[in-house]
Design a protein around this ligand. Structure first.
Ligand SMILES: Nc1nc2c(c(=O)[nH]1)N[C@H]1C(S)=C(S)[C@@H](COP(=O)(O)OP(=O)(O)OC[C@H]3O[C@@H](n4cnc5c(=O)[nH]c(N)nc54)[C@H](O)[C@@H]3O)O[C@H]1N2
Ligand SMILES: Nc1nc2c(c(=O)[nH]1)N[C@H]1C(S)=C(S)[C@@H](COP(=O)(O)OP(=O)(O)OC[C@H]3O[C@@H](n4cnc5c(=O)[nH]c(N)nc54)[C@H](O)[C@@H]3O)O[C@H]1N2
Ligand SMILES: [Mo]
Length: 767
């Protein structure tokens, strides 16, 4: 490798300036103006992420116990304002000329949601091809009648990781009392690789760090997560580390502005002077799928340094005492490190030996290191191997289960982790079924249910006949979107619990309903008064949240009330299933959660408003390893990439990315200011040398074609503008969800079935 692969992150063609700063203030102001949110909405921002306030509806980044005056970020503010918009999508909207369901399919995702908050329960009328208003009781009765007729195994209960623990617990109970474990969740497309892969190696499905560790650490090794856009409050912790002299080493094919530099928008002096903090000391533009080799290279240098130290009688680099006491697999792994050839590591990672040696030196010198990762790790065919390799690096120096160290997967939706904790799980063994039987006097099903991938396959094969969606926009979020749309529309029953109109509403089955719900920032008045809900963040902290805003419409119901409404209309009466009492007082549901999970949730109702939340605990953080061997597992990699395919001429690795102007399938606008891409999302980013070699030019209109060997389905996406961009050769980038038509449903992580959306094999053609 001739050139040094380490990038001087400041020297970028598309770099528009630091993350945070005035740019973030302008971003908030633009959304405020565009959503016509009332001035009262700004009051909600002030209450965000504080005790007795609203827990942000955006990402799952934890809330500090010592909060500041404005404990929210640009994107949290955008998500909140988007929910508190003054726009309304009423029955009159659906009756307007040009608003049949077929016509609405021509609208963009942005336009659909921009129509505003849904105000009434709606039912699809096939004769007029329109949604029309329906009374709640009629909707529940009709849904219940159809559910009772459908074969139990053919109905899916999906949840996007948003609804609070109380509604989620009852939703899972509804599915099991109905008769199946078909409880897939958005994490099946997201951190399922962590749930399965991290459990395999350290016995924990979730991260091991807390805020105390962030305050104490000396160093982050940062892989495939984009804090500037997806967890901006993390930028404050990264900045704090830099200010106390710590180091950040980043691996990412794309230069992400939040990992380059940051101006703290909450610091008036920094705002006035534009004083930016440089975040990454080293930025390594690894190839998509190249992290296994990069991590092997880092470990190789650590092993080499330890050999040298031992020979010289100096202090050892590897923590041999920890390794002997706490791990298995060490000998095989260091043999693999010693045997690995630099030429192979360079080829597979796209990084030079010199760059990897620089990075490893930082790791060797730091006493306390945290490994961070996100979707850039989990969404690959061998995503679990990425995680295992990062764990290998951390274990070599005992960097798990010690203050200031640990493994930090950054979770997505605000309650995605918590929903799994309280029973939204398709795998039966993850749920205390005996407890459910004891509490509710029915026999919960023991057969595993469907993962999102199984559900999509079931839809494509026309085996899934009914779908309940607690939030989310599955038609747009999953791979193979074209085939999914057809399968979705052929169902007997589709029920969507939603706040905004989205594409999943526009492929109605034979019987389809949109059930509009309250947002988290709104008052949820029930028999015992305004209700609080709880959620669990990335650090396993549980927080209460209380809405203060008036509901967007008087016809809305809470998610919990909708779940119990469906349950009552569907299930045979059972005196132990007290749907009405639970709806009247959510504290009773928290008692049930405590009774089902006593270790995690003791004194739940008392502790839910502790500042910063209460910690559910994590054995791995105490060096108790709940693995098969009772030890942490050091993994010898069977291959050097996380890809499921070989390189060949003309084949590129497409990574699908998020812009700064979206939350998943919710598109706020068309400004990705961090990447300098404005006005459109229909782009492909590509290395200039790759563009030249392909005989194309910057600005050309091109088409991507799936180059997948797993099946013969044709998948393509045209009308994309080619943008010359600083990317590793062979890696190209486009936006999620637009690129989902190109991702095959069988192209997923081997262990967890998480779709491999960060390395999709494609060809590129002039349009
Ligand atoms: N504003 C906003 N906030 C969000 C979301 C949102 O859409 N908008 N979504 C929420 C959700 S559900 C989630 S899961 C999280 C997602 O947050 P992230 O985990 O940050 O997810 P992505 O932005 O998809 O991708 C992460 C990074 O991986 C990099 N990457 C791609 N391939 C590779 C690779 O092979 N190796 C390495 N090392 N890096 C790679 C990409 O360049 C990108 O910077 O954010 C949550 N927060
Ligand atoms: N190619 C590719 N595909 C991906 C990804 C990727 O990086 N690349 N990322 C994956 C990831 S990480 C995830 S998590 C999934 C996301 O998949 P989903 O969770 O299914 O999708 P979202 O876009 O988060 O859902 C948006 C909808 O949720 C509804 N909603 C918003 N707020 C509320 C609320 O308070 N209650 C209720 N009931 N509904 C509400 C609104 O109607 C809105 O239209 O997508 C996955 N798909
Ligand atoms: Mo996610």
């Amino acid at each position: 490798m001739a050139e040094d692969s380490k990038t001087n992150a400041k020297d970028l063609p598309h770099s528009p300036g630091p993350a945070g700063g005035w740019g973030s203030m302008k971003g908030i102001a633009r959304i405020y103006a565009e959503t016509s949110a009332s001035p009262g909405a700004l009051e909600s921002l002030r209450r965000l992420n504080k005790p007795k306030g609203v827990m942000c509806v955006s990402c799952a980044w934890p809330k500090p116990a010592n909060y500041s005056a404005f404990e929210f970020c640009e994107n949290g503010a955008k998500a909140t304002l988007w929910e508190l918009t003054g726009d309304r999508c009423t029955p009159a909207f659906f009756a307007e000329d040009g608003h049949t369901v077929t016509q609405l399919r021509e609208w963009s995702d942005h336009e659909l949601e921009k129509s505003g908050r849904l105000t009434h329960p709606m039912k699809y009328n096939a004769a007029t091809d329109r949604y029309v208003a329906i009374e709640w009781d009629d909707a529940f009765a009709e849904i219940g009648a159809t559910l009772r007729e459908l074969p139990r195994d053919d109905v899916v209960f999906y949840a996007s990781g948003h609804a609070g623990l109380e509604a989620s617990y009852l939703y899972a109970l509804l599915a099991r009392a109905y008769g199946n474990n078909n409880l897939p969740q958005s994490s099946n497309m997201c951190h399922e690789t962590t749930s399965v892969g991290l459990t395999k190696v350290i016995g924990s499905p979730v991260g091991t760090v807390t805020f105390d560790d962030l305050a104490e650490t000396e160093c982050y090794f940062y892989f495939g997560q984009n804090p500037g856009t997806n967890s901006p409050r993390f930028l404050h912790n990264l900045k704090d580390l830099k200010e106390r002299g710590g180091k950040i080493v980043t691996f990412n094919p794309v230069i992400e502005q939040g990992l380059v530099s940051f101006v703290d928008p909450q610091n008036p002096l920094a705002m006035m002077t534009g004083k930016e903090t440089i975040i990454s000391d080293q930025y390594h533009q690894v190839k998509s799928g190249g992290d296994v080799a990069a991590l092997l290279g880092l470990c190789k240098v650590v092993v080499e340094a330890d050999d040298k130290a031992q020979k010289a009688g100096a202090r050892e680099v590897i923590d041999h005492e920890f390794i002997a006491q706490h791990t298995t697999g060490f000998d095989d792994f260091i043999a693999c490190c010693r045997d690995a050839r630099w030429a192979d590591i360079e080829q597979a990672s796209g990084l030079t030996e010199a760059a990897l040696r620089d990075a490893a030196q930082v790791y060797i010198e730091a006493e306390k290191v945290i490994g961070v990762y996100g979707m850039g790790f989990t969404q690959h065919t061998h995503g679990a191997l990425n995680i295992a390799m990062l764990v290998n690096l951390l274990l070599l120096k005992g960097n798990i289960g010690r203050p200031g160290t640990g493994c930090c997967p950054v979770r997505g939706h605000s309650n995605v982790q918590g929903q799994r904790t309280v029973g939204i799980a398709e795998k039966a063994h993850l749920v205390p079924l005996d407890k459910l039987k004891e509490l509710f006097d029915f026999d919960p099903p023991t057969k595993d249910g469907m993962h999102v991938v199984d559900a999509v396959q079931g839809l494509i094969d026309r085996k899934v006949r009914g779908f309940i969606s607690l939030g989310g926009n599955l038609v747009r979020a999953v791979p193979d979107q074209k085939r999914m749309e057809e399968g979705w529309a052929s169902q007997d029953l589709v029920v969507m619990v939603s706040t905004k109109l989205n594409r999943s509403h526009l492929y109605p089955g034979k019987q389809a309903y949109i059930l509009p719900c309250l947002g988290r920032s709104e008052v949820d008045e029930q028999a015992s008064g305004n209700q609080a809900v709880t959620s669990e963040d990335s650090f396993s902290m549980i927080n209460g949240s209380v809405g203060h805003r008036p509901p967007a419409s008087e016809h809305l119901k809470s998610e919990l009330a909708i779940v119990t409404g469906i349950a009552k209309a569907t299930l045979d009466p059972n005196p132990k299933l007290k749907w009405d009492a639970w709806t009247g007082d959510y504290a009773l549901v928290r008692d049930l959660i405590e009774a089902t999970y006593p270790d995690d949730f003791h004194d739940f109702n008392k502790r839910m408003f502790e500042a910063g939340g209460f910690w559910r605990g994590n054995p791995a953080a105490q060096r108790v390893w709940k693995t098969d061997s009772g030890k942490a597992v050091i993994t010898t990699p069977p291959q050097l990439t996380s890809l499921g395919f070989e390189d060949r001429p003309g084949r590129y690795r497409l990574l699908t990315m998020r812009s700064n102007d979206q939350f998943n399938t919710t598109i706020y606008g068309y400004s990705d200011r961090f990447r300098g891409i404005e006005g459109t999302r229909d782009v492909v980013l590509m290395n200039p040398d790759d563009i030249a070699e392909a005989g194309l030019k910057d600005g050309d209109t091109v088409r991507l074609v799936s180059d997948y060997d797993g099946d013969t389905v044709e998948r393509h996406l045209g009308g994309l503008k080619l943008v010359a961009y600083k990317l590793p050769r062979g890696t190209i980038a486009g936006y999620y969800p637009e690129c989902n038509v190109l991702v095959p449903i069988t192209h997923h992580d081997e262990l967890s079935k998480t779709p491999a959306s960060k390395s999709v094999p494609v060809r590129i053609e002039a349009a």
